[in-house]
Design a protein around this ligand. Structure first.
Ligand SMILES: C[S@@+](CC[C@H](N)C(=O)[O-])C[C@H]1O[C@@H](n2cnc3c(N)ncnc32)[C@H](O)[C@@H]1O
Length: 234
């Protein structure tokens, strides 16, 4: 079954993946699935929706919430439950209806793509091909504005040159963690709050039990930069 923006689960009421927990209002303000047609919903209708943003492969909710704070209809999607309550589709991104979005920002898994794990590449061809297929699926998304984020690694050396890069310390978080961006009709991110980097985020998380999870989380400053610099383009 395909999942669309109408099927967004709010994490506070989320059921198993694919459950229809919260249904957004249709363009007329009516609940399109209600059997009680004609009865006005009490849910307030937004005056205007700035645009519909899908944040693919995001469980932190950081980018979703940064866009939501600016009035965008932003939804995250991940195989995992969202770490912060908010509009979230818990499912495989390939099960999401590709129509109806104005911008897609994707953070596909980098375990088998990152240069940090390049020593494993000769032994992980199957996993890497799978990871590349997901990136290609995201890149082929029929949407005007698209961003894919990943660290330096297989994608820039074997797929395409990146269109931009950024570091957390460009946006107020005093860490280095270079990330690359592959962009369609979006400009590279510009630094807005440069601070001296105090440490490498990857090194800093070396003793964290959930280090792969922690390493891949998007920094708040980066999330706000995406919303502030890309949101107005919609
Ligand atoms: C590199 S992490 C990105 C984390 C993100 N930066 C954040 O702040 O939550 C990749 C994420 O992709 C999710 N993921 C992997 N395969 C997926 C798929 N097919 N559909 C949706 N999410 C997927 C994983 O569960 C993981 O949370």
């Amino acid at each position: 079954m395909r999942v669309s923006w109408r099927d967004v689960d709010d994490a506070s009421t989320a059921g198993p993946a694919g459950n229809r927990a919260v249904v957004r209002l249709g363009p007329t303000g009516e609940d399109p699935l209600s059997s009680d047609r004609g009865v006005k919903s009490t849910t307030p209708k937004p005056l205007a929706v700035a645009g519909r943003v899908l944040v693919a492969c995001e469980r932190s909710g950081k980018v979703r919430d940064a866009f939501s704070a600016l009035g965008f209809d932003a939804v995250s999607c991940d195989l995992e439950e969202t770490a912060t309550p908010g509009p979230h589709l818990r499912c495989d991104i390939r099960d999401v209806d590709r129509s109806g979005w104005d911008m897609v920002i994707a953070f596909p898994p980098c375990t088998f793509l990152t240069a940090a794990g390049a020593w494993r590449w000769p032994y992980t061809t199957r996993e890497r091909n799978e990871a590349v297929r997901l990136v290609q699926y995201l890149w082929d998304w029929p949407v005007d504005r698209l961003a894919i984020e990943n660290p330096q690694g297989w994608l820039n050396s074997h797929w395409r040159k990146p269109d931009g890069r950024f570091e957390p310390y460009w946006f107020g978080d005093a860490y280095t963690k270079r990330s690359y961006l592959w962009l369609r009709q979006l400009p590279p991110l510009m630094p807005t709050l440069l601070v001296p980097p105090a440490a490498s985020w990857t090194e800093d998380q070396r003793h964290n039990k959930d280090r792969s999870g922690a390493r891949s989380l998007t920094f708040g400053g980066v999330a706000h930069a995406m919303a502030l610099q890309w949101g107005p383009l919609l």
